[in-house]
Ligand binder design. Structure first.
Ligand SMILES: [Fe+2]
Ligand SMILES: [Fe+2]
Length: 292
């Protein structure tokens, strides 16, 4: 990792560190894990399933609809687990680099919290779903391989930020959804609380690294913008897991996935999920309109 060419990331994180310290909790004792979940409750908000708003949802039996909420919850939590593992390993590798010396206290909180998130998401999946879904193939980064070290560093933190922002949209909604079993609601609520700090931090790091890229070579910005747009699309597509459709007893999983992904109601739903992140990227100068 050629981070020596990157200027130190200097940020004032006093407020975020204070919040992390005062809000510290013991994840291993704070949840009540029931033996099993009431069979007639959705595990994921129905409005957040990948078929919500389409005729494909209406065509399902009530039993299939509930099964879909269960398997899509397991898929969503599995995506969290794999995403966390990826971002944790990136952050661990950097914690004592000169570039991040100034923010390493916060990075310690970050890694500790993510380890705990990974634990409670996996516990839910294994206890109630009996499995995790395997990690999906990651997005190829060939288009950005030739960029400067600082631009590639920006991409690493941008992936973390985008992942956390998308997940948080779902967590924030499910944290207050009274139709969910209590344990599902609680996991989403607790995660949302920690992630609000991570997203704030992620945006600060992103802006710092992007400034460095712009100063060094503004011609890299459109390439970064294009990659980030493809990463947004990729991330949304991982929510549509054919294995979850199959597990829910829905036939023609692959064809269904294709139809669902391009259905106008779903395109609108994706825009809603990505609205906040797109606004941030545009304001930073690296949104869709910055693509060459
Ligand atoms: Fe997390
Ligand atoms: Fe996080």
């Amino acid at each position: 990792m050629a981070v020596r060419e990157i200027e130190p990331v200097l940020l004032n994180l006093d407020r975020l560190e204070h919040l992390a310290e005062t809000g510290y909790y013991n994840p291993y004792t704070m949840f009540d894990w029931p033996e099993s979940i009431e069979p007639d409750l959705p595990w994921m908000s129905e409005s957040l399933t990948t078929l919500a708003g389409t005729p494909m949802w209406d065509e399902l039996s009530r039993e299939q609809q509930l099964a879909l909420t269960r398997y899509e919850a397991i898929n969503f939590f599995s995506l969290n687990i794999h995403g966390i593992r990826e971002l944790m390993s990136e952050v661990v590798m950097r914690i004592h680099e000169r570039t991040y010396a100034n923010v390493s206290d916060f990075l310690h909180h970050f890694i500790g919290e993510e380890n705990e998130h990974m634990w409670f998401f996996a516990r839910f999946c294994l206890r109630y779903g009996g499995k995790l879904y395997p990690a999906q193939p990651s997005l190829k980064a060939g288009s950005v391989d030739h960029l400067s070290p600082v631009a590639r560093e920006l991409i690493v933190f941008a992936r973390i930020l985008i992942f956390e922002e998308i997940v948080d949209y779902y967590n924030a909604h499910m944290a207050t959804d009274q139709s969910l079993p209590r344990i599902a609601r609680e996991i989403n609520r607790v995660h949302h609380q920690d992630e609000s700090r991570h997203v704030a931090f992620g945006r600060m790091v992103f802006v710092n690294l992007l400034d460095q890229v712009v100063k060094r070579d503004p011609a890299e910005v459109p390439v970064v913008a294009e990659y980030l747009e493809s990463y947004l699309q990729y991330s949304i597509a991982t929510l549509y897991n054919p294995a979850a459709y199959r597990d829910a007893g829905i036939p023609d999983a692959l064809a269904l996935r294709r139809r669902a992904l391009e259905h106008p109601a779903r395109v609108t739903a994706h825009d809603e999920v990505l609205k906040r992140t797109r606004k941030f990227l545009s304001k930073a100068g690296v949104g869709r309109e910055a693509i060459a």
